[in-house]
Design a protein around this ligand. Structure first.
Ligand code: F6P
Length: 530
């Protein structure tokens, strides 16, 4: 049965009719303890959801919805390694990658996966220590000074975001670059500035068949071999690494066996940062810091598993999102980290949320019958105040926001951080309560909901907690909508059409049967091609 047919859903529909006319100003005026009532301090992670358009009855009805969807049972099955990814008949056991207790086993398909996870982590540590300590030498005997990760989607967004986020912890003598785009403007300028003698390439691809990644990897290999000349074999053996679930393809590409780092089919691409996909991050910050990030994520796993609904941060994030999307008709979610180091967080969360839950059908092929993933977007505050906040304040469209901020600055300068925090808190206040102004053009109506996540500092442990909270939020929402967050069949069509069009782009006289727009585009392109 679709969740929309349940009494819990219908009770929320009725409740929404009552809540929609309310204003946050009135809700705060009516309850002096609103902040205390609608905030959770989870071991130094403050989650303040008091500026959401809810009351105690809303929270109770949302908790009942989570029970009706058996979110906890769904989570138990995921944690137990069941084939919860139904369309691919796979487990989704990314939590095993950050599992810290030796005692508990983690099974996928009946196999305890912990030994191979530990073995891979040991190899990652040894490799990182060698590169960071100057032990690993390139074909000319020079130490490695630059790393280029070549990957896209989940093989890029997580490590890229985390490497930037944790720049304060980075090795000063090792520059880690990320190349993802098929557009050569991503790779070419990088190669122009790099020294082939001291550059290490990591080809990250779960399938090792992704067009963009293989095109970039081949160009990088050509560049390295052209520079290495007779030392080409040494260059490939030392300076190319693969992170993949398809080692056979990586070996065929020319990756040396001892430069292969595996991850497995029960690790979804957008949930893979915690695996060897995090190798470029571990090279940047060191394996100790990488494992601290794992520990933070593990702590959030335990919190999600054990905390009661009213104190369960990821579950509350999920339920508030469902309330805003399905009962207040919000269509997007703005992510606003007041942290320049977290500027790539919206990009990462876009894939995590929209590629996981951007679906209208359940695994049985029946429609969910309600909206699912929000259009997720955002940027780093305070920049965003000078970009799109005008629309949030006076655009008239309901756009919930997630604010994220830290008590301590990761790059302190006198007089900066206090101003940043004042602006962060002020924006949430202005969005919630607006103002009364004689001039309608200067009036901000307020009533824009937001949540605030506050942490002590942006360190590996807290980044791990934050990201795991969003992972569990996305999965809990999928459990309620009854969709599979771990497959992505929608991205296959475009790839197939591109392969069909490529010959007609490469050769003017190659005509193919297509629509008049595509045919017109191809014609115009060849007419203007130099
Ligand atoms: O976007 C589709 C997708 O399959 C993502 O799910 C994945 O993270 C990305 O492409 C890259 O895939 P791979 O890691 O296999 O190269």
């Amino acid at each position: 049965m679709s969740i929309t047919a349940t009494p819990a859903w219908q009770a929320l529909t009725a409740h929404a009719a009552k809540m929609r006319p309310r204003h946050l100003s009135d809700l705060f005026a009516a309850d002096r303890d609103r902040f205390a009532r609608f905030s959770v301090d989870a071991d130094g992670l403050l989650f303040d959801y008091s500026k959401q358009l809810i009351d105690s009855e809303t929270v109770a009805l949302l908790a009942a919805l989570a029970d009706a969807a058996d979110v906890r049972g769904w989570a138990r099955r995921m944690f137990a390694g069941e084939a919860i990814n139904r369309s691919e008949n796979r487990a989704a056991l990314h939590i095993a990658l950050r599992h810290r207790e030796e005692s508990l086993l983690m099974h996928a398909g009946g196999e305890d996966v912990m030994p191979k996870i530990r073995a891979t982590q040991a190899r990652m540590r040894h490799f990182c220590d060698s590169v960071r300590g100057g032990g690993l030498r390139g074909y000319s005997g020079e130490p490695i000074r630059a790393v280029v990760n070549i990957g896209i989607g989940g093989s890029d967004l997580g490590p890229r975001m985390a490497t930037v986020a944790l720049d304060a912890y980075a090795h000063p003598g090792l520059n880690v670059h990320y190349v993802s785009n098929l557009d050569a403007a991503d790779l070419a300028p990088r190669l122009e500035r790099l020294d082939p003698r001291t550059t290490l390439f990591i080809v990250t691809s779960k399938t090792f068949t992704t067009l963009e990644t293989l095109c970039n990897a081949r160009s990088a290999r050509d560049w390295l071999l052209a520079a290495a000349g007779d030392a080409g074999d040494a260059a490939m053996a030392r300076q190319f690494v693969a992170v993949t679930a398809n080692p056979a393809e990586a070996l065929l590409f020319g990756i040396a066996a001892d430069r292969l780092f595996e991850f497995w089919d029960w690790v979804g691409g957008r949930f893979s940062l915690w695996s060897a996909v995090g190798l470029p991050l571990a090279l940047a910050i060191g394996m100790d810091a990488f494992e601290a990030m794992l520990a933070g994520a593990h702590a959030m796993d335990n919190h999600f598993r054990d905390a009661p609904t009213e104190r369960n941060v990821p579950l509350l994030m999920a339920l508030i999102g469902i309330w805003n999307i399905n009962f207040l008709a919000a269509q997007s979610l703005s992510i606003s980290p007041y942290s320049q180091s977290l500027r790539y967080l919206p990009d990462y969360l876009q894939q995590l949320d929209m590629e996981s839950n951007g679906k209208a059908l359940r695994p049985d092929g029946l429609p969910v019958g309600a909206s699912t993933a929000p259009v997720l977007w955002g940027g780093a505050g305070s920049n965003t105040q000078h970009a799109y906040f005008q629309m949030l304040h006076q655009g008239g469209t309901l756009i919930p926001s997630d604010f994220i901020a830290f008590v301590e600055s990761d790059f302190p300068l006198p007089g900066h951080h206090e101003k940043l925090l004042a602006n962060c808190f002020a924006q949430a206040e202005a969005l919630a309560f607006g103002n009364d102004h004689a001039d309608p053009l200067r009036t901000c109506p307020g009533n824009q909901p937001s949540s605030m996540i506050l942490l002590q500092r942006l360190d590996p442990y807290n980044l791990g907690r934050l990201l795991a909270a969003y992972e569990h939020k996305v999965c809990a929402q999928a459990a309620i909508w009854g969709i599979n967050p771990f497959d992505q069949w929608g991205v296959e069509l475009g790839k197939k059409l591109a392969a069909r069009l490529l010959p007609a782009v490469e050769e003017a006289d190659r005509t193919i049967e297509t629509d008049s727009s595509t045919a017109g585009l191809l014609r115009w392109y060849h007419q203007h091609k130099a």
